[in-house]
Design a protein around this ligand. Structure first.
Ligand code: NAI
Length: 255
């Protein structure tokens, strides 16, 4: 083993949620590591910005404007990859808050459709492609620290993220014999559009609460998670599957 384990030259990665904070940083880092990067998101403008960043990092971006709840669209996008697919980073997701009593069917359906089924479809298409090409690939899913703790208002989100973890572990047991690895990342509070409170005082208050519980005394940046994805996608983690990596500044179960 050597640092070449982090060299993605000649490899192809597919990133969902690539227009967002964590997905964009991941796409850029994978490009910097030498990968050909396919970026998927429903945000067309954001995808263009990510494509420009990927190019700045030395990559040739491929973009797919799609909704991850559209199984056929995801299948078409993954099938359009030239040559074998080595990495799937299923990052797209949304936040939703409502108390248990206020949760409507449509809230639960929407959050599960995007945060769970969208990941399931990405995993299924990646596995089909990897098995067909005989590629010992790596799939990285995006869970959340929310799956470990109970937070008022986060029922739909945390249920979906717990389901992502179960999907990750189950799939790892099913595809390991093909040499395909499946791992999840459960980030703590990361500064992105998802955690933007749109008002400086509210932002400061929310981040201060996180910082108080963190031994590292800071919140995370998208690059913190991109590096975690890179590690799990790389040969450096070739003996790791069915695991959950928690880049969260040491925050365990704050409440
Ligand atoms: P973000 O809001 O910046 O990015 C999310 C991206 O997903 C956006 O570009 C959005 O357009 C895309 N997306 C949402 N629904 C989609 C759909 N139906 N089809 C296609 N694309 C869709 O948020 P962030 O923070 O980058 O989140 C990325 C992932 O990380 C999410 O799964 C989130 O739940 C997870 N996460 C984020 C944390 C944070 O503190 N920011 C903490 C723990 C997990």
């Amino acid at each position: 083993m050597s640092l070449t384990a982090y060299d993605f030259t000649g490899r192809t990665a597919f990133v969902t949620g690539a227009a967002g904070g964590i997905g964009r940083a991941t796409a850029a880092l994978l490009a910097e590591a030498g990968a050909t990067v396919h970026c998927a998101d429903r945000d067309r403008q954001g995808l263009q910005e990510t494509a420009a960043l990927v190019a700045e990092h030395g990559g040739t971006p491929h973009i797919h404007a799609l909704d991850v709840t559209d199984r056929a669209a995801l299948a078409t996008a993954v099938a359009s990859v030239t040559g074998p697919l080595h990495v799937m980073a299923a990052i797209a997701g949304i936040m939703h808050t409502s108390t248990v009593l206020e949760t409507r069917d449509e809230d639960l359906d929407r959050v599960l459709a995007i945060n769970f089924k969208g990941v399931l479809y990405a995993c299924q298409e990646a596995v089909r492609s990897m098995i067909a090409s005989g590629t010992r690939g790596s799939i990285v899913t995006m869970a959340s620290g929310a799956m470990d703790s109970a937070s008022a208002g986060l029922l739909c989100y945390s249920v979906a993220k717990a389901a992502v973890v179960q999907l990750t572990k189950t799939l790892a047991t099913e595809v390991g014999r093909h040499g395909i690895r499946v791992n999840a990342i459960a980030p703590g509070w990361i500064r992105t559009a998802m955690t933007d409170r749109h008002e400086p005082a509210a932002q400061e208050q929310a981040e201060a609460a996180m910082v108080r519980h963190s031994p590292l005394a800071r919140v995370g940046e998208p690059e913190d998670i991109a590096h975690a994805v890179l590690h799990l996608a790389s040969d450096a983690s070739s003996f790791t599957t069915g695991q959950i990596l928690r880049p969260n500044g040491g925050v365990a179960m704050p409440w």
